[in-house]
Ligand binder design. Structure first.
Ligand code: NAP
Length: 282
């Protein structure tokens, strides 16, 4: 994977010690215009190491409030899925950054539609990934938090049963009591974030109160729309796949309308025709 933006200079060399969201050593600072002149020859940006990626994608230091990052992959014509799954859009580079998003997070946040469509399970780790998490002061395994107004997750769903840490189910107080009880009996921890609907701000606040400040939202489009409508999205990591999916699938956002918001491009990486962009709240 290579960094396209900020534009590496001829002497570019990335560094594991680079602070997140500062210009990499030897690079043009963010916001600098592309040079008019052609770049010198033989200036292919260096291959990014795991440490480089970690520096690029790490969360802001010393967070004192929950901070929400959303992760998506879309086709070049804007589709969010192929055959109702995101798998057909992904690539090794996308998966590497997707897993890194989990590895650097306190909690993985997902909507019930995605958890069911993508057959979610509790997060898996390896010793190397646990070591990375420990270095960042994180627990060994991030819990998955599923948002569902109706408590529609079956208690025997793998996201509830196949996990090493209890899954959090964020729902509304008027969700059917028997479904809430069944999820609790199956090992999930049920959190109430509203009366007749899930209030996204309350949901994020509840996670923050548990010390889960680094929130990695993996979608889907309806959950993303509600977070956007409540102005809770701090960063979007979006992979563009070199694919035209055609009409049919929706976009990465669906449902609740929201006010357009400016974002700034913080980094753009490339591998095998896939573009991995990272936008942050302007
Ligand atoms: N390309 C990608 O990167 C990507 C990422 C994620 C998902 N996807 C795709 O997106 C599709 C799923 O789309 P989706 O829009 O159904 O996903 P979703 O947003 O994950 O799920 C929608 C469901 O989540 C619950 N929910 C979401 N926001 C809520 C809120 N604010 N309050 C209360 N409940 C809320 C509701 O569940 P209840 O009905 O249970 O109340 C709602 O029906 C799948 O095909 C998946 O593959 C693609």
């Amino acid at each position: 994977m290579h960094q396209l933006w900020p534009v590496p200079t001829a002497s570019a060399s990335t560094s594991a010690s680079a602070a997140p969201d500062t210009a990499f050593p030897g690079t043009v600072p963010p916001g600098t215009a592309f040079p008019d002149t052609a770049p010198p020859e033989n200036t292919v940006p260096p291959e990014l190491s795991d440490d480089d990626l970690e520096a690029i994608y790490d969360y802001p230091a010393d967070l004192d409030r929950p901070w929400v990052q959303a992760n998506f992959v879309a086709s070049a014509d804007g589709a969010v899925s192929v055959d109702e799954r995101s798998e057909g859009l992904s690539s090794p580079a996308d998966k590497r950054v997707f897993l890194l998003g989990r590895d650097l997070a306190d909690v993985v946040l997902v909507g019930a539609g995605t958890a069911l469509a993508e057959t979610y399970r509790g997060a898996r780790t390896t010793e190397a990934r646990r070591e990375r998490r420990r270095r960042h002061g994180l627990s060994d395994v991030p819990p998955v938090a599923v948002v569902t107004r109706r408590c529609s997750i079956p208690p025997d769903a793998p996201v509830v049963t196949d996990t090493s840490v209890p899954t959090l189910v964020i729902t509304a107080a008027d969700a059917p009591a028997d479904r809430r009880a069944a999820l609790t009996d199956a090992g999930a921890e049920v959190l109430l974030a509203g009366e007749d609907t899930v209030d996204p701000a309350a949901a994020i606040r509840l996670l923050g109160e548990r010390g889960l400040l680094r929130i990695d939202c993996e979608g889907g489009p309806h959950l993303f729309a509600s977070l956007m409508a409540a102005d809770l999205v701090d960063q979007v990591c979006l992979t563009y796949a070199p694919l035209l999916a055609g009409p049919g699938p929706g976009r990465i956002v669906a449902g609740l309308p929201s006010t357009p918001r400016d974002m700034t491009l913080r980094s753009l990486l490339h591998e095998d025709g896939f573009l991995l962009a990272r936008y942050r709240r302007a």
